[in-house]
Write a protein that binds this ligand. Sequence first.
Ligand code: PLP
Length: 452
Amino acid sequence: LSVIEAVEPRIAAATRAELTDQRGSLKLIASENYASLPVLLTMGTWLSDKYAEGTSGHRFYAGCQNVDTVEDVAAEHARELFGAEYAYVQPHSGIDANLVAYWSILAHRIESPALERLGAKTVNDLSEEDWEDLRATFNAQKVMGMSLDAGGHLTHGFRHNISGKMFRQHSYGTNPETGLIDYDKLLADAREFQPLILVAGYSAYPRRVNFARMREIADEVGATLFVDMAHFAGLVAGKVFTGEENPIPYADVVASTTHKSLRGPRGGFVLATKEYASSVDRGCPMVLGGPLSHVMAAKALAFAEARQQSFQVYAQQVADNAKVLAEGLMKRGVKLVTDGTDNHLVLMDVSSFGLTGRQAESALLDSGVVTNRNSVPNDPNGAWYTSGVRIGTPALTSRGFGAAEFDKVAELITDVLKATTPVATAAGAPGKAKYTIADGVAARTHAAASEL
Ligand code: PLP
């Protein structure tokens, strides 16, 4: 850090402080992890200085032979790790990977057949009129994904994301009694809505998905099955999700992040069947800026690490720890969405403590427990204050936490929730943001958290 300090001390200080924060508190954000030192170091090299738009062997710049090697090795590891026909490792993040996925589906399902029908080789050969017709056809397409409050992601067709502005959207929720995906209802909705794209995947659904069933539904309505495995890629890579719970054999296109349960650098990637490969390959410069070659190199390392037996042990421990955490919370009186978990995350409904998600998140942070507030299905508090808090096990499992530590984590969380009281508004109603914590609890919890 002395090298950084010499140029801008505030950046060195913030970097140092981030290390203290990440090591001195309990990192329970379900989408975070600790990448290995080789992965971190690989991102700090001169590969960053090279421009390489295009794909390996087909670049818009000269002198890309080393970047070609980096991209080829990363893609090879990704294909082998997931057993995929094709891998594209350029996306800079999960949202970028989803954009590439959407674009590739539009290109394959809408653009290519239109060009063929009109006898054109590329869009440059189209008349102004045909081009306008084609653009209007893109906008008329429909996407169906999981609703935000059931655990879906903004990129699954919501109005606050480009996916909702570019497509017509219908979302599927979960069964109000069980909190689980209702596949029969999903099929009925899909029959009525007739989406071009069926999206499976989530940010905050604490259960596994049956991708064989999703495939059947997609086939029934002629939709492309797109799986966003950003959250659970590590459990697929680590062979915790196998058979019908592994999306790769069932999906046409799969997008993911590399930095969540997969424990790689911040980034994304797309897997696809051979059929969609050439459309995905056009991701840069279609929707992506030039590839971050240093990050592609770090992705290669992370994929290689995930191919080792030790990663399978890690992934199984992530899922086992989530069960211990869920049981530890429930036995102490915390209500969980779906009454448990079978993946890497747990969604607490904190309304029974009289708290909003925002109050619980802040009180936990004061106590050295880092989480994020999250909507629960049909949340009365909306997406800003929420009634839930999402917690996950990937990061602390990387620190070596097992069952005993996660039971202690459940105890600490419950103690803080029980000790937190909302502060009333001027009108006397419980407020949604302010709170107090009973004397000494935050400091005691923080001390216990840093000892774990
Ligand atoms: N997809 C899902 C399901 C996610 O949960 C997230 C991130 O939270 C993303 C995509 C976006 O990932 P990124 O933040 O890397 O763009």
